[in-house]
Design a protein around this ligand. Sequence first.
Ligand SMILES: Nc1nc2c(ncn2[C@@H]2O[C@H](COP(=O)(O)OP(=O)(O)O)[C@@H](O)[C@H]2O)c(=O)[nH]1
Ligand SMILES: [Mg+2]
Length: 698
Amino acid sequence: MKVYDAASIRNVALVGHSASGKTQLASAMLFDAGAVNRFGKVDEGTTVTDYDEEEIARKHTLSATLSYAEWNKQKINLIDTPGVGNFLSDARAALHVADAAVVVVDGVAGVMVQTEKIWTAADDLSLPRLVVVNRLDRERASLDRTLASLREACSRTVIPIQLPIGEERAFKGVVDLVAKKAYMFPADESGKPSEAAVPSDMSAGVEAAREALIEMVAEADEKLMEKFFEAGTLTDEELVQGLRSATMSAKLFPLVCTSALLNIGIPQCLDAIVAYLPSPADRPYVGTGKDGNQVSRPADDKAPAAAFVWKTIADPFAGRITMFRVVSGSLKADSNTHNKTRDAAERLGHLLLLQGKTQTTVPEIKAGDLGAVAKLKDTLTNDTLGDKNDAVIFPAITFPEPVLSYAIEPKSRGDEDKISTSMHRLEEEDPSIRYSRDPQTKELLLSGQGQLHIEVTVAKLKRRFGVDVNLKPPRIPYRETIKASTEAHGRHKKQTGGHGQFGDCKIKVEPLARGADFEFVDDIFGGAIPRQFVPAVEKGIQDARTRGYLAGYPMVDFRVTVFDGSYHDVDSNELSFKLAGSLAFKDAMTRARPTILEPIMNVEVYAPSDFAGDLMGDLNGRRGRIGGMDTRGATTIIKAQVPMSEMLTYEQHLTSATGGRGSYHMEYSHYDEVPSHLQTKIIAAAKAERAGVEVEEV
Ligand SMILES: Nc1nc2c(ncn2[C@@H]2O[C@H](COP(=O)(O)OP(=O)(O)O)[C@@H](O)[C@H]2O)c(=O)[nH]1
Ligand SMILES: [Mg+2]
């Protein structure tokens, strides 16, 4: 395997809405560049980057996958990423180690919800982007419409550097606007075009599009603007240079046209990646130095070794596979390194390049390149590896908090231990899931980004670790709070021969603002309760509030002030004051008007406009509050706030209501009070459940 210096590498993340053709595009690029011998197809389960059985079965990318190819003597590292909302965290992680994003957009549907999400994520990182309008061979595909949606939703400065030749089924090539050349592709999917003259019926369109490109490039740079005004145009060289620097500074986003399935336009897409997107040498990586100051780390292989871990794979056989970007210096096989985040020694065994699931061992991985290593001891995603004496640490990727929890139970009783070790491995692989035990019901909880995310995690658990579990209906993380202030009294007294027990406290409870959680204030003067027992009062109240009052959900957003009490010289002890605290809490609840809160989600629905009326009606039926509506071409975007409990079945509803053409995104917004008729139901359900649990425990 050749070793590439940083200037000869392009690290690109393929991102965009699900089914825009990212995986198929990666497959075509790898094939055309000669990195693989076979043109893999998503529909046949033969692509390099969707190799996981779960991905093949579902025909959806579920996890970021690394692959690479050489093109024009440059090594392109391609990270194929998921486009389904539930799995977008992996796409975000990939953006952190890429120097540029290739944003793939479906030429039929245009910009969709996840395209926008990931575009914004790339904006936050100031990442250069190449836009690929794919699936141009499909019926109803249109570059013009897709471009309009890109300019509306993403950026005004998305600019075609190619035009498609032929539409829909007749799509057979592209015109390169920079070189004014046409490339016609054969129907055999070989991806080997023949050069041709620009079709005569396109010449006016090509001229106009080239003018528009030149103007945009000139606009992005003052010097070029002056030249443009003087000469009325730019030279070819000025155009190429200007386009490159405007793309690298994320001022312009060049657009290319492809059919990844028919292998049309792919070599030109690879050319554009090499010509216009930055190499690691062009973009220093930013980390934190010794005193917390920012340091900019160029991709210099002579500098101290520093690598950032962006992903971990839990392989049941090979163990942990750690995927990293070497930021500076180089990592060497069979050598010692240091986990600087955890201050722990690590031993690097075989270093790996990953072509999907195929691993190639290499002696060294140098600055700017992406690679992997198996069987590290302590290293997890977001850690920095490298030279012990070099202070730099790279900023962590933030992963989304889970929004939904399901209870799981093993199908066979003996699997309890195995579940927990396997789930911890899967948590290492996917930081957007959480595995825990419900303190009230003792159930095992699996939390994640949505139903599909949970189902896929459960499928992984079974396939990789042989643990089969039942998924119980999702649990809504209700909370309780109070609506009124009151004072209350709790006294615990027991006199049974010998030592008695005595604790006594008076408290005040007051509602706090939403999100304030819980405050405890010690307002005891004059020793009404001895110092050492006040924490016991707090403990008693804490225990009681986590068990809730109405339906067993933790009570939040209130303050408790203990302001008085009494004690007994001999009989008072910690336990007595704890019980007194808990009694005072219960007493307070009889007057504090307790109520139940539920999580409210921000929801964005994208669908063809014909469905907008029905979808809004449905959201109203789910107690949703419509916050706004937008149209983008033929697509309507509905924004609403909807209680989580009403959204559990939304995925299925939206798919069937729109024939699969709608999509949505949802994230946690805030907690709000549950309407009282529904509270009654929640309380009844909690009682029934508690009764059930008790019976079982007998
Ligand atoms: N007609 C056509 N179908 C495509 C094209 N690219 C991808 N597809 C199909 O679209 C579906 C989704 O492709 P995939 O690569 O999995 O999309 P991803 O979710 O963005 O990775 C698959 O059935 C592909 O065969 C294309 O250029 N033309
Ligand atoms: Mg995919």
